[in-house]
Design a protein around this ligand. Structure first.
Ligand SMILES: [Zn+2]
Length: 240
């Protein structure tokens, strides 16, 4: 009798800080057709053990092409780790999509060992945050503005200028400003075609800083507003 085949999947181990071939010990799969578009979908969650540090790892992969539908063969995305250290989730609905997408890309780049690409994406996330906070929004919903020509050649806020303004406006404190400047320095290094390398540890720290800034600007201020609203409602009830 042939020995049982051990399945493996490639995943980033946060403790070994490297891609490893985890021994698969379990999986759950789901597939079907989307309700409206009728397009096929499939994804699976894999659970396994790191061969080097023996810790438990779980990751998710999605099918990106389907045999006899849009391709000659089935293809699956790289496995993205969901345990331990899942990608950071934010609660605020105000966070622009470009900020979230950039943070996700940064996370994926890092899991793929692409630290320079991750730094570029972290810088992009912070720059998008600066633009969201500092640039006046196009008021296309008002009838007057809808008919007005779009503002042309409006200079976009750049990262360095953006973080300085946020600091001047006291939107971020000295420490967050410090972190932002570090990120800007790494982003500038990463964005230019020079022979550099950026360590995983540095990239992880920069990711933590950017997450903290996004959390501070959006999530925490939302929470505080809700908290104040509840306190206001309570004192109103007391008075009446
Ligand atoms: Zn490991």
């Amino acid at each position: 009798m042939a020995p049982p085949v051990t399945k493996e999947f490639i995943i980033d181990c946060p403790w070994c800080k490297a891609k490893v071939a985890a021994t698969e010990t379990g999986r759950a799969e789901q597939s079907g057709f989307e309700d409206y578009t009728c397009e096929p979908f499939a994804y699976k969650v894999l659970v396994g053990i790191c061969p080097s540090c023996r810790s438990i790892l779980a990751g998710e992969t999605q099918q990106i092409s389907f045999e006899n539908y849009d391709s000659d063969e089935d293809r699956w995305s790289d496995v993205v780790r969901i345990y331990p250290k899942p990608p950071k989730v934010f609660s605020s609905y105000r966070i622009p999509r470009v900020v979230k997408d950039s943070l996700n890309e940064a996370d994926r780049s890092m899991q793929a060992g692409a630290n320079i690409a991750a730094c570029v994406m972290l810088g992009r996330a912070l720059e998008a945050l600066c633009r969201d906070i500092l640039e006046p929004r196009a008021e296309t919903t008002t009838p007057a503005a809808a008919g007005a020509p779009p503002a042309k050649n409006k200079k976009k806020v750049m990262l360095g200028e953006g973080i300085k303004k946020l600091h001047d406006m006291k939107m971020i404190d000295d420490r967050l400003y410090d972190w932002s400047q570090q990120l800007q320095a790494f982003r500038n290094l990463a964005a230019h075609p020079e022979d550099i390398s950026i360590s995983r540890d540095d990239t992880e720290d920069l990711q933590t800083f950017v997450n903290a800034i996004v959390e501070y600007i959006y999530d925490l201020s939302d929470r505080y507003e809700e908290f104040k609203a509840r306190a206001g409602a309570r004192s109103k009830r007391k008075k009446s």
